[in-house]
Design a protein around this ligand. Structure first.
Ligand code: 13P
Length: 292
């Protein structure tokens, strides 16, 4: 089916208490693994792309790959731009056919983040696509963005209220709640009380960043408290590399490239299937087929 917009997918997910997997794609094989994994589970899925990856492949080529994969898939697929601080990149993604974007103003003082997020909101509303915006500062490494432990900061509850009041139609809201990008050292300390206060007051679906390394229990609690979007990047990147290198270690003389690509896809797809099961979105494609 044609690419769908993330907002309606996530509103349905939050209302029905499940999470939609949002995977950061790397190349065509990775995007295909995400779509095929979701198809195996009959689940909606979000393909998101980091700015670095968009610039590497080019806006139109990348959008066309995902557009083709979505068109041939029996499940809803959304195309989302992950953490972006550059409004020109956002405009180019809108022009190339992205169905939602994230503006990340979390490194700015609150008022400046709000002002810039609102400017992007005006763009996305007029383009009829979704916007995700962040407040607080999510720790860890994502793309070229490094937020060390000292700089990571939970979202302020009153600022959350003020922020979303100005952008009531956000597709997803990303308050920092203690999760972090990359592999965790020890167990993630999630501020469930803050998440609960936020979701009691705000009905916009929450984006759970830093999905790699969270336990099933943590996923279930966060999704139960209103996280409709669950982001996975680091594990997907690891499987992208290991799918290839493990086969090379096993069969060092293998010279044919396709088995490597297949091994890579299988490794990524198995993870997509397993997370979709954990997030409760298996079998939910039909629920959102009307949003296409
Ligand atoms: P991980 O890299 O920790 O899976 O987080 C992904 C993410 O939140 C992308 O924005």
């Amino acid at each position: 089916m044609p690419l769908v917009s993330m907002g309606p997918l996530l509103r349905r997910a939050r209302a029905d208490g499940y999470g939609v997997a949002a995977y950061n794609m790397i190349d065509f094989n990775s995007a295909r693994a995400i779509v095929n994994g979701a198809t195996d589970m009959n689940a909606p899925v979000i393909i998101q792309v980091s700015v670095k990856t968009v610039k590497h492949w080019g806006y139109r080529h990348l959008a066309n790959w995902v557009w083709m994969l979505a068109n041939d898939a029996p499940v809803p697929v959304a195309l989302h731009l992950d953490h972006c601080t550059d409004i020109d990149v956002i405009k180019r993604c809108i022009d190339a056919g992205w169905t939602s974007v994230m503006f990340d103003g979390s490194s700015l003082p609150f008022e400046e983040n709000l002002a810039k997020s609102k400017a992007v909101y005006a763009l996305t509303e007029s383009a009829k696509i979704g916007l995700e915006a962040e407040i607080g500062a999510i720790g860890g490494v994502e793309d070229d963005k490094v937020v060390n432990d000292d700089a990571a900061r939970l979202a302020d509850f009153d600022e959350c209220l003020k922020f979303v009041a100005e952008m009531p139609n956000l597709a997803a809201f990303a308050p920092a709640i203690g999760t972090a990008h990359g592999f965790y050292r020890g167990e993630a300390k999630i501020a469930y009380d803050l998440l609960e206060r936020i979701t009691n007051a705000i009905d916009i679906p929450i984006a759970l960043h830093g999905g790699t390394g969270l336990t099933d229990d943590q996923f279930h609690r966060c999704i139960g408290l209103g996280c409709g979007k669950v982001n996975i990047s680091t594990m997907h990147k690891r499987l992208f590399i290991e799918g290839f290198t493990n086969l090379k270690a096993e069969k060092p003389t293998l010279a044919e490239p396709l088995p490597f690509l297949m091994a890579q896809e299988e490794a990524m797809k198995a993870d997509v299937r397993s997370n979709i099961k954990t997030f409760g979105s298996a079998g939910r494609a039909w629920e959102v087929s009307d949003v296409a």
